[in-house]
Structure formats: C-alpha cells, structure tokens
Design a protein around this ligand. Sequence first.
Ligand code: PHE
Ligand code: ZN
Length: 880
Amino acid sequence: MKDAQPRTIYLKDYQAPDYWIDTTHLTFDLYEDHALVTAVLQMRLNDDIGCGGALPALVLHGEELDLVSLHRDGEELESDQFQLAKGTLTLPVEQPRFQLQIVTRIRPQENTSLEGLYKSNGMFCTQCEAEGFRKITYYLDRPDVMSVFTTKVIASQARYPVLLANGNAIDQGELENDRHYVTWEDPFKKPSYLFALVAGDLECVEDHFTTMSGRDVTLRIFTESHNIHKCDHAMVSLKKSMKWDEEVYGREYDLDIFMIVAVDHFNMGAMENKGLNIFNSSCVLASPETATDATYQRIEAIVAHEYFHNWSGNRVTCRDWFQLSLKEGFTVFRDAEFSADMNSRGVKRIQDASLLRTAQFAEDAGPMAHPIRPESFIEISNFYTLTVYEKGCEVVRMIHTLLGADQFRKGTDLYFERHDGEAATCEDFVKAMEDASGVDLTQFRNWYSQAGTPVITVTDRYEADTGDYHLTIAQSCPATPGQEHKQPFHIPVGLALLDEQGELLPLNAEGIHAEGDKEKVLSIKQTEETFVFKGCKSKPLPSLLRNFSAPVRVRYDYSKDDLVFLMKHDTDSFNRWDACQRLGVMAIEQLVEQSEQAVDPQLVDAFGAVIADPELDFAVKAEMLCLPSEASLAEQAEVIKPLAIVAARKKVKQAIAEAHSEALLALYNELSYERDYRPEATDIAERTLKNVCLGYLAAEDDAECLQRLAEQYNDASNMTDRRAALGCVVDARHRDERLVERVLTDFYDRYKDDANVMDDWFAVQSSSAELGTVEKVKALMQHDSFDPTSPNKLRALIGGFTRNMTHFHTAGGAGYEFLADRVIELDKQNPQVASRVMMPLTRWKKFEPAASGLMKKALQRIKAVHDLSTDVYEVVNKSL
Ligand code: PHE
Ligand code: ZN
C-alpha cells in the first residue's frame, strides 16, 4: 500500500541513476492463479556519478511483488543481505558491473488496477506506462534507464496459443504438460515503460508494408475471434500512418514486425509499447454497423498517434516524467497534422480548438492547473492531462508556425539525429529547433514553465483623415496554483483585416515582414504592442488569432453585426466558426441572466443564413450550426448556473429550429439518400450535417418529427445514422416515453453482444437530461451488461452522468453524493479511473453557491477516507 502521507516529487531534484541496466532477460511462467517472473539484469555503475570510493547501494523499484529469490553474480542473497521496504528493494553492491537474478511471484488474476500484468477477458496483457513495470519485477523503473530486452513467455498452449512481446520472435517450442513458449528479442534499447507482453487465444489479420528503403514489414492486428472482421479500418489507418511519417518526417519503421492487440479492459486509449501496441478495443474495432464516423476518425488518429510514437517517444524517449509533453505534445501534433491531411483540415482545426478551449482551458482555470512541463507531482498518472497532451500539441504547433514548415522539419531532423537512442528533455527539443532554424526561442520557453491560459486583449482606433488603423494587443495571464505572477509569453497571432466589402486588406505596417500580404502572423512578445496599418479607406474589422494560432483567449469588443459579418466573409474557417460560437454564447448568456427574454433574433437570422449559404462546405457548415456546448458555456461563464445553461441553450435551439424548419427539412432530405458506407471526409461531412439538421428538427414539437426519428432509427444502414437518431429520440422522451423505451430495447437487442456499442447504450442514458437521473444510473449499474471492472463501462455510465448538467447538478446534491460513493469504492479497485471520474467535482469553486457548497462537501467526504491511493489523494487535496 501507499504511504500515509504521499510525497511530492520535484523536477528540480532530478538526478541521473547510479546504475544502468545494459540487458534485461525476462522469463514469464504464466499460470491460472499466479505468474513467476525471472529477471536477469546486467548492471553497470553510472560512471558520471561521483561515489568517492564505496559503490552506492542499489535501490530497485517494486510494488505488490512476492520476492522468491535474489542472486547477485550467481550467489543467492539471504534476507539479511538486502532490505525490502514499501516500494523498494535495496541491496549492497561490490563490483561496478554485476548480474542480478530476481524471481518474483505476481497475481495477474487479482490485479484490478490494470497496471503491470493483468487479465482481460481471459487473456494476459501488460500496461507499464508510467510506473507499472515495478508491479512485474524489481527494476530501475524510470525512463532514463534504457535496456535491451529479451522476453520468454511460457504458458498453456490450449488456453494461450498466441504469445507476444516486443521486437522479433527468435525462438519457440513445445514443453511438457501442454505448455509452450515463444522468445522475443527487441534489439532497440528502451525504458521499462515500453515493455509489453500478451498471451491469449487471439486471431489476427495480417498485411505488409514496404518501407522507403525497401524493407518488408509484417503488420498484424490481434483480437478475439468474434471481432476479427472489425480490424480493417485500423489496418488501413496503420499503413497510411507509416507512409505519412516517411513522407512528412522522413521516419522509417525499424523492426520486421509491427503488432497491435485490442483489449477490452484498459485504463486509457492505447499504448505505444515498442513493436507491440496495446489498444483499448474501443480505439481499434470498427464496422459500419457498430461504429460511428467519429469512432472511425478516432481510430485513424489513435493508430497514427501510437505508431508515430515509435520515433517521438520510443527511439527518442523522455528523461523523466516531467518531460511527458516532449513525447505527447509532439506526437499529438503529428497525429493532428496527419488527420488534417487525411480529412478536412479546417474541421480538424475547429474540433481541436474547441476541445482545447472547453476542457483544457477549464483545467488551466482549476486547482490542478500545471504547465505543460509540470514542476512537481505526487502521482504521475494524474498528469496525463489535456494540458500535457493538447496544450503541449499547441505549443509544438506554435513552434511550427514561428519557424515555418521547412525550418521545423530541419529542427525535427536534428532532434532525432542528436537524441536517437537517448532519453531527452523538452529543452533538448527546443534547442534543436533553435539550432536548426536560427530562430530565438528564449522567451518562447515560458510556455513550458508557466501554467494558465493567457488572455490577449485587443483594442483599435481608426483615423479617418490619415487612413491609419491602430491595433493594440495586450497580454496577461491569470494566477495559477504556485504561480502568482507570469512573464509575458511569445505568442503568434494570426491576423487579417476585412474592409467594408469583406475583402482582405493588404497589411502595410512598420515592423511587419512581407508588407502587402493579406494575412500575417504577428509575433507578440511584449505585454503590450501596437501596430499601425496604413492606407485603410475605412475602419477595418480585424480577424484575430486566425486558425487558432495560439492557445489563448481573445478579448475584442465585437458587436453582433461584426460577428455576423465575419461569419459571412472571413476566409479563415476557424474564425468563421468562432464568430458563430461567440454570437451563440452572447445569445445564450443573455437568457441565462434573464430567462423570460426572447431569443436574440439576430442570432436566429444568422443561423438561417448559414443554413442557406450555398458556398459553405458541408463540413464547416455542420460545425457552424452546432451551438456552443453546455460544457463550453460553463467554461466561459463567470459563475456556472447549470440548470439555467441547459434551459437557455435549449430555448435558443428551439427558436432556430422553428424559424428555419423548412430549410432544415429541405437540407435534411437533400442529404438523406442511400449509399454504401465509406468513412471518407466528404461522406462524413454529409452525414454530420444531415444529423445536425435532424437534431434541430427533433427540437420541434410535433408528431411528424417523432415519426422521422423513428424512421431514421429503423432504416439506418450504418451506426452513425442510427446513433444520431437514438440520441434525438432519448432527448425527445417527454413527448413519447413508449417510443423511447421501444428504441432503447431495440438497440439493446441488436448490440447486446458488442461491448463497445453497449458502452454507448449506457452513456446515452446516463448523459440524458430526460432519462439520466441518479436513480436511473444506479439501476443501470445493476444491469447484467454492466461490468464494474471495465473502465470503458465506468467512463460511459459515470462519466456520462457527470456530463449530465441537469441531473448531476440536481438540487440537494444527490448527484455529487453518488459520485463520491463511486470514487471511494473505485479507489480500492482502480485508482486511475477513480481519480479521473472525480475531476468534475474539483471545479466546485466556479459553481453558483447552492451547488458549490454541496460539491465541496462531497470532496470532503472523499478526503476523510483512510488509505486513499496517491491518485485520489493528490486530486482531492489540491482541490480543497
Ligand atoms: N502513452 C499513451 C499514449 O499517449 C497513453 C497512456 C498513458 C496509456 C499511460 C496507458 C497508460 O498514447
Ligand atoms: Zn501518446
């Protein structure tokens, strides 16, 4: 178990290890009630450590292990020759080079934390990032210790015909008593967090890829046999990723085989283990009947993400976990650009910016706020955050913007060349970018060390007599825990100026390179900077932060007319969409404050114009027609009033639906035609827009609309359309309860054997304003198809419920109490999931008093529990 008072670990205390592990030979003997792990380690003193004569004792990490035996250079050590303490094994060292043989017994069958070696649906699998390897054997479980691994897996042939580990298979054979073995060798040095092993009764699809230097790579995706027909999309995505990484980054795959295994029980999305990626089955398996367009795109992105880690993460890894964003921010940037190239670039940018502004901005404004390179943590698992991943991606994107694509590529080439085979730091990355491009990134480094979302406040003034337009950009950043005052950031601000006809003006101002361009990225470094643009015939309208050029908030006093103008004329898809969002936020906020008001007619008209616009591409149109989400409205509110937000948003949606019902129906009909399912950008855009229309049509109060929903639900030839109709039916419950029950039952009957689809069946109910009461969620927890040991099910049901503004925030606090009970219960079983599902409570300070006090009370109840995991302990203590 963990310490009573968990310790904080600081980046400033980093020290290189005393010893290296040159080679690691592992043997796993897998049985039905335990596993025996034999580790043979070639140890070597780190010469850089001054030790003044005596060799330092060796301190290995280890958790929940039974030590069976310990040999040093062939000699068994007795129990008085080493010390076992909580989390460590300490032994004296006599030679600068020595061999250790460690035998441990572990119990994968009882491992519910899903870290280390565990069982999922009868198969053995591992998850070692960040610190799971220490649950397998005693080791230097830190990413700067890189070793060459050989892994022998021994198990029952009948139960576990497939035995996998990292690298290439070099030996296999049969043993007595139905047992067999396979030995795998990974020639590349790697840290323990990239180790993986799988043993199971699995099938695979196989394909091949010829690399740019002409090598043949075998590609295999493994899954349980009943899902084998759902691997094709992941395979196609993998081949596209391999090709893209060669073309865009010059990176070639380096082993003879690349494997992906789908598992049902997994704490995260997927894991980039060298040559053997392990995936949450929800991020691999797809068929048109069971996966939505969004799932298809998510699979493509995650397969790419994990594959790209082979270079950004594995060949060059992280020195310590404070550097996590080195691999994650960069790899998210790589997968985002890949997805943009494969699909609609504009829409990808809108979706990513929207996620960042909704969820990462909220994180930055909450009690767990941290820089993309945190300075301290108690539990590293709590730092796999939107900040490290998504904001980290934005930071890399800003470097790309400031350097330009060519210099950026020179920078990545230099980074990979310099640090191949090493454990590097964020500083190494920035330095390579600087050295390759000559661009000074000194001030830019503040993005790595300072938390919080910067705000840029833009003011302007037009002088009619001279034609000068003065644009002033001021920046500031709110305080975050432990960081009262911030240094100014280096911010790239994309800019264009629109004239009265909506044309882009040439940008003529001092201090701007390439004068006369109509679009420009300003490189802002001061607390306040002013630009004077010459030759403007009338006051221009600024288009600011184009393409979301930096992860900041923009304050500019746009009138509603300005926003409507930008929605129509801006050439930047992101800003066109953003204008729409801003108008939506204004209209909804008005109603939140004064609910008896009428819905802003200007907004209703503007949405009408978007619906009717014949030039707008379908994908962007669909995004523009989505009102700001409840979560995004909450993030932007001064004080969150959950029920008022829900009501106001609904009222606005209804007003748009009523005013434009004919146009919406016409568009819906135009887009409703039979075709074969293809997960291609153009088809996806049409389906998305069609289903956005359906959502509006469903907001209308008539029988015809219910009829339409039922029809789309019944006749759908793919999951995207069926799932969209299901969502609308559930939302329409107050008009026809029997229809809702019928459709939910039908959905259950169709998909009850598909675990991933059933996740959604739970989520659609628990997140529904109509259905998802505390009582309903409690009842669903007892449902036969609910598996309380499955993180996917927990996230679907409980996560869905915490997103349900109506019922999670129900008066009296029953929703909060329910969540606190689940967190306390789950913490014993799976601390990572417990700590994640409790996040919504940590935002308590932003809620209106009635809610806020009750949320705090629920947190206090969690805090009072003895023996909390470090995961939950850290979150609850930082948020109170
Ligand atoms: N490293 C994984 C990724 O980004 C995420 C992960 C972290 C998975 C920790 C499991 C545990 O792809
Ligand atoms: Zn990653």
